[in-house]
Design a protein. Structure first.
Length: 201
């Protein structure tokens, strides 16, 4: 009887410890996102890495932590490619880890593979994954934003296709109507020589 009671109490203790660790991991992830918004990538990276080290995470949560870590590395790399040139590999590996936690037909696999190739500037391959992600979730603002900008020539004029860009940029504007998304749509219409619509936005 005492042995059974001890096992039950010990199991309860382990569950409580794991729940506490998971709560701390979520707090660290939120903290990392806040640092990321402030442009403090070093602290964001530390927070996301710390979140991954504690607790037991389900697949969506672990995917989210790895993806956020990749975004932090990518953001720091883009800010200064000379000083943080190693962050390109770190970002790519974080995105690949996030992708491989998921089924290959899933949105999370496609979007993280796209980001891994974008970091390497392999735009053609990234587009394939982005288009796959878009077909799975056409209302995802991030996918629409990235595809819309690629087709406006942000990654080179060889990808310039304003007609194709318009669908994505209009969707992004509808999902998040703000000054930036409005500007991108106006720019898109300008490239299509629809000057009246561009001016009246």
């Amino acid at each position: 009887m005492k042995q059974t009671l001890f096992i039950l109490l010990f199991s309860f203790f382990l569950i409580q410890c794991n729940n506490s660790a998971n709560f701390d991991a979520k707090k660290l992830n939120i903290q990392g996102l806040q640092y990321l918004q402030k442009g403090e990538e070093y602290l964001a990276i530390y927070s996301f890495k710390s979140a991954l080290k504690i607790g037991k995470h389900d697949k969506p949560e672990e995917t989210n932590f790895w993806r956020n870590l990749g975004i932090a590395y990518k953001q720091r790399y883009y800010r200064d490619t000379v000083i943080y040139f190693h962050d390109s590999d770190s970002a790519k590996n974080s995105f690949l880890t996030a992708a491989n936690l998921n089924d290959k037909n899933s949105f999370q696999y496609q979007i993280n593979m796209a980001d891994a190739y974008l970091v390497e500037n392999k735009i053609n391959t990234a587009i394939l994954y982005l288009e796959n992600a878009w077909r799975i979730d056409k209302n995802n603002i991030s996918v629409n934003n990235v595809l819309g900008l690629i087709y406006l020539g942000e990654n080179g004029m060889s990808y310039f296709n304003p007609s194709k860009a318009l669908e994505h940029n209009l969707k992004a504007y509808k999902l998040s109507p703000n000054r930036l998304s409005k500007y991108v749509v106006a720019k898109n219409y300008f490239y299509l020589k629809n000057y009246l619509t561009a001016e009246t936005l």
